[in-house]
Design a protein around this ligand. Structure first.
Ligand code: RUQ
Ligand code: CUA
Length: 635
């Protein structure tokens, strides 16, 4: 079919509301009971898995339990979150920089030997070109890297390598480089550049830094995946807009019958940089693939694809072509052979394009709008169908001759979803050892699936049991906006701390007993070291003057699980939440005289309400001890 015809056909299908998956049939009472039991986590019992899902433009990561699908916590990342005081204390404020939002897309759990190691969770920010690290030892954000130089629209990440050596990223948008240079978008093809970035991860601390970058044509890079086993050291991304259009992309970027995927040899990139083959731009070594052969190749794949997923064996790479009713399965062995034998069908900006017929294993007719594929480690693939609204289970190669002749034979099962499933996640799919068992479909449109709460309709996710031959729809739940992908981790594969042990608190301003606490003045700098304990602050009075720079360090000296204290300061936009054993600091310039109460925001005891104090801001020259009035409060 010609592209326009395909588009028309799809438009017609969408307009008619026809889906090949059909409507979900009513479930019998016995099935309802069985499904309810399967997802029921009784009071006092706990879930078996964590679901970490991206919160899109809410800037956060959400944690739900599986199988209950209950929302358990929110991990604030790129946006302030008053619930945990994130974005109010000095440290988290500094991490957020000047931004108050991010667009979280694809979380990645750290891996060792292609298995989740329960150490870190990385997430990318499509909007402000950043990447963040959440430490699973306390489920908090500890680093935000970026904006990444020479990179715009950090969408094609976070894809982690088998031993967490790198987070690999590719740009969704292209601009003239270096950043800040201006060229007319009409000269897009000539003047604009995309980029692949290797973000190096410190194996001990998880600290990230920009390692190197590879210059690419201005295609819009989309989802990617890293290699393992035979494809170890490689990474893959789909793209749209290989037409290199700069306007009306809906039409102009859907002209060609195929788009190009990137095949990146990241080990070769690392070596090329070590051998001095890169040039510096904005402090980063950049490889021009036209000058350094062997680092980057292109492969034609289905039209306007989205997901690109390497299977657990590392042999098969599946791309979903949203505007083609099939997934494209690439054979990595054939990719290697085509590279070695130079079986090319052209080039783009000096980068060879591998011949499609030489690398493809087959096009599996899964239905309309294949978007993203996951694996159970038992030879099965699960693809989300955006247009058909369903999940399709199909069999990975190797295929029999009969199957090869008619690939409809490898399509095993379909389960309807509601509606327009974007992403799906199978537990552990991106490792060499998936947990299997559960699949979560993250639906783009809930379209009336929840009780009516007005036009801003909540998203929905659905839990599917994939243990049997046929998939089983088990449960459905509200999802925070806007899920773009998720990771599932077995609860027993991570051991988060429940309090910060006192002897691990290295904050020089921590105070553990009354004698250490107090207020001191140095010029116009007023420093308060406050101890928080059930249910009082010590000191509970801070005196200062208008014009002073006030720094307050609050230590929660509790070593008891869930004994959290807060510090809310009236009319100063200060809200800190301090976990047991933690010290947090805020800094403000005092600009208005008055008496401002501060109080504990977290319910901590029967006398929680009594946990309060006063910040007394005197007019200059006034105060209890004259012009420099700063007292330590009551002891
Ligand atoms: S993505 S649809 Cu980053 Cu698929 Cu959102
Ligand atoms: Cu401390 Cu409430």
């Amino acid at each position: 079919m010609k592209p326009t015809n395909t588009l028309n056909a799809i438009a017609l299908v969408v307009a008619l509301g026809f889906t090949s998956c059909g409507k979900q049939t009513g479930t019998s009472q016995a099935e309802r009971t069985a499904n309810a039991v399967a997802s029921y986590v009784a009071p006092g019992e706990k879930d078996e898995y964590y679901l970490f899902y991206s919160g899109g433009h809410s800037g956060q990561v959400y944690v739900a339990g599986i199988p209950s699908l209950r929302h358990i916590t929110t991990i604030p990342v790129f946006a302030p979150y008053p619930g945990t005081g994130y974005g109010f204390d000095d440290e988290s404020k500094k991490m957020l920089g000047d931004f108050t939002w991010g667009d979280v897309h694809h979380p990645a759990l750290s891996q060792t030997n292609s298995k989740y190691d329960g150490r870190w969770l990385f997430v990318n920010d499509n909007a402000n070109n950043r990447i963040a690290r959440i430490d699973l030892h306390d489920f908090k954000t500890h680093q935000i890297l970026g904006p990444i130089p020479n990179s715009i629209g950090n969408h094609g990440s976070s894809f982690i390598t088998e031993n967490s050596e790198y987070i690999l990223c590719a740009t969704r948008f292209s601009v003239p480089l270096p950043k800040g240079r201006v060229a007319d978008p009409k000269d897009y093809e000539k003047e604009f550049n995309g980029m692949v970035s290797g973000i190096k991860v410190d194996p001990k601390t998880g600290e990230m830094r920009v390692g190197w970058q590879i210059l690419t044509p201005p295609f819009d890079w989309d989802l990617g995946s890293t290699g393992k086993g035979p494809s170890s050291g490689w990474a893959f991304w789909t793209s749209y807009n290989t037409e290199m259009a700069h306007d009306t992309l809906e039409v102009n970027s859907t002209q060609k019958d195929r788009d190009l995927a990137a095949v990146v040899n990241w080990r070769a990139a690392e070596n090329a940089v070590a051998e001095g083959k890169a040039e510096m731009m904005d402090g980063v070594p950049i490889i021009d693939p036209a000058k350094v052969p062997g680092v980057l190749y292109f492969v034609p794949i289905g039209k306007s694809p989205h997901g690109m997923d390497v299977d657990p064996t590392g042999k098969w790479i599946v791309a979903g072509g949203k505007l083609q009713p099939a997934t494209t399965v690439l054979n990595f062995e054939k990719v290697q052979a085509a590279i070695n034998n130079k079986t090319f069908e052209g080039e783009s900006r000096g980068v060879p394009i591998l011949k499609y017929e030489a690398v493809v294993e087959g096009e599996v007719p899964v239905g309309l709008g294949p978007l993203h594929t996951q694996y159970d480690g038992k030879g099965n693939a699960y693809t989300s169908m955006f247009i058909d609204s369903c999940i399709v289970k199909w069999k990975l190669p190797p295929w029999t001759d009969a199957e090869k002749k008619d690939l409809t034979k490898v399509v095993l099962d379909k389960v309807p979803t509601h509606f327009s499933t974007g992403h799906l996640v199978v537990a552990g799919s991106d490792t060499a050892h998936p947990y299997g068992k559960w699949c979560v479909a993250m639906n783009k449109l809930s379209a009336g699936r929840h009780i009516n709460v007005g036009p801003s309709q909540p998203e929905s996710s659905q839990l599917i049991d994939i243990t049997g031959e046929k998939m089983k729809m088990i449960a459905e739940s509200y999802t925070e906006p806007e899920p773009h992908f998720a990771q599932i981790l077995k609860v027993t594969d991570v051991q988060p701390t429940e309090v910060y042990p006192k002897d691990e608190n290295k904050d020089p301003n921590a105070v553990w007993e009354k004698a250490q606490s107090g207020v001191t003045r140095n010029g116009n700098q007023v420093d308060a070291k406050v101890m928080a304990i059930r249910s009082r602050y010590n000191p509970d009075r801070i005196d200062a003057q208008v014009g002073d720079e006030l720094t307050v360090h609050v230590t929660n000296v509790e070593q008891t699980r869930d004994m959290i204290h807060g510090f809310g300061l009236i009319e100063h936009n200060i809200n800190m939440v301090i976990d047991p054993g933690e010290t947090k600091t805020f800094h403000i310039k005092l600009t208005k005289p008055g008496v401002f109460p501060f109080y504990c925001t977290n319910f901590c005891s029967a006398l929680h309400q009594e946990m309060q104090g006063y910040l007394v801001v005197w007019k200059p020259g006034e105060g209890p001890s004259g012009a420099s009035g700063a007292v330590g409060g009551t002891k």
